[in-house]
Design a binder for this molecule. Structure first.
Ligand code: PLP
Length: 432
């Protein structure tokens, strides 16, 4: 891109980094841990300077991507890496809502995010824009799959060298969907938590920008756009309740932060929003802590079909727990069978093929409704974060087979008759 895509105010409103625990302030460099207390660092903004200076119209007239919210993101350039990430559809649900008995359900569909069909394109667009500003020429990440896809794709677009790390047991779609961009791909024998530990060591020895390690404070800010967009798409209003998946817990906490920032700068009225989180039972350290009333987590060894959520020692767990509790939300987990049923339910009622993470979120939504934890009238937004074409292994054997026929009318008619018989068997109780 040769010229600035932004016509808005070009001031940078972020001031530096700040420890989430002790408040120590740092320069906006590639660091992520507080030297005083080892707490995580977060980007610090001067929102008092932005208050009253930004209007809904300014945002609406910005690019059709996350960069319409540039003043809320930690970059200085007015020429960010923009592959059209963000501004994914917010769909009013009709058929799923009816099936669940909800009147006000919305689906935020990041299964069609650009360029790699998951919400991770948001965080990577921000992280690599900042990486370039900080002078990195090689970028990297520890990934459960989608992050590797995003980092490799957006690095290719930006002309950055790329070396990414994944657990060696990922789905073919996640592996091929990374290799096509020709990064160096390290498939590590071990789970995500082991991959992440290795990457922390590599980050210390090579001068690379790891999007989710030394660039994590910038990376994680990209998830705030999941909050901003929902507000804008609801007609500049907050929902009553959101349901989102939890891996590290980062995106969950950043939707919360995004909602609060729009209130803080005066773009919308504040109100309480309930935050509910979704995990797979085979990797549910946050849901377990929630249920047992603990404010710390016990790390687990993941074993679930929801590989993109398989983080056994989640970095932002305590913050996610705190938000769920103080907003009167829930953190719930579901089995692998429920996850697959959730994928099928969303596909059959709404025409959206999500990956296992989305199946987890839909299954938790259903479970919360059945337990009476979501009021039918609440304006509820469910976040679908990834695409089912990347995790096809998960549904194999759980969906029907095609009717293979000869290329003649007779063969077709016989197959059609068979299909109707199968349908009847499916839907009508068999009377003996
Ligand atoms: C990474 C990922 C998540 C979870 O993100 P965190 O910010 O680590 O909680 C959810 N859904 C999908 C599809 C992902 O790839």
């Amino acid at each position: 891109m040769t010229q600035s895509i932004l016509t808005q105010d070009k001031t940078a409103y972020f001031k530096g980094l700040k420890c989430k625990e002790c408040g120590t302030e740092y320069k906006a460099e590639a660091i992520h841990v507080c030297e005083m207390c080892f707490g995580p660092l977060e980007v610090n903004y001067d929102f008092s300077a932005l208050k009253g200076k930004i209007s809904r119209k300014d945002i609406e007239s910005g690019p059709n991507s996350i960069w319409r919210y540039r003043q809320f993101l930690p970059v200085e350039t007015d020429n960010p890496i923009d592959m059209g990430t963000g501004m994914t559809p917010l769909l009013k649900s009709h058929r799923l809502a009816r099936q669940l008995g909800l009147k006000n359900l919305y689906i935020k569909n990041d299964a069609v995010n650009m360029p790699t069909l998951s919400f991770k394109d948001r965080v990577v667009s921000v992280a690599l824009t900042r990486a370039r500003e900080l002078g990195f020429t090689t970028v990297s990440c520890a990934s459960t799959g989608n992050l590797a896809n995003s980092t490799a794709a957006i690095a290719a677009h930006a002309g950055l060298d790329c070396c990414v790390f994944i657990p060696s047991d990922l789905e073919a779609g996640k592996v091929i969907g990374t290799l096509i961009y020709a990064p160096t791909l390290m498939a590590v024998h071990g789970n995500y938590d082991q991959v992440n530990r290795l990457c922390s060591e590599v980050a210390n020895t090579h001068g690379w920008g790891f999007v989710n390690i030394n660039l994590r404070p910038y990376y994680s800010e990209g998830s705030k756009t999941l909050g901003y967009e929902v507000i804008e798409q609801l007609g500049w209003e907050l929902p009553d309740h959101i349901v989102a998946p939890l891996a590290s817990g980062s995106l969950f906490t950043k939707i919360y932060k995004g909602f609060n920032e729009f209130v803080e700068v005066g773009l919308i009225e504040g109100k309480s929003v309930r935050f509910s989180g979704a995990q797979a039972e085979g990797c549910s350290p946050i849901a377990q802590a929630y249920k047992e009333g603990r404010d710390f987590i016990n790390p687990v060894k993941p074993n679930t079909v929801a590989k993109s959520l398989a983080i056994g020692n989640p970095a932002d767990a305590v913050y996610a727990l705190d938000i769920a509790r103080k907003t009167n939300g829930q953190v719930e987990s579901v089995t692998d069978a429920e996850i697959i049923a959730g994928m099928k339910l969303l596909a059959e009622t709404e025409g959206i093929f999500t990956e296992t993470a989305g199946g987890t979120t839909i299954a938790v939504l259903k479970k919360l409704v059945e337990a009476g934890k979501i009021d039918p009238d609440e304006k509820t937004v469910v976040y679908i974060t990834g695409n089912g074409l990347k995790t096809m292994e998960a549904v194999q054997g759980y969906i029907s087979e095609p009717f293979t026929i000869e290329a003649n009318l007779d063969s077709f008619e016989r197959a059609l008759e068979r299909s109707r018989t199968l349908e009847r068997l499916d839907w009508e109780p068999v009377l003996v």
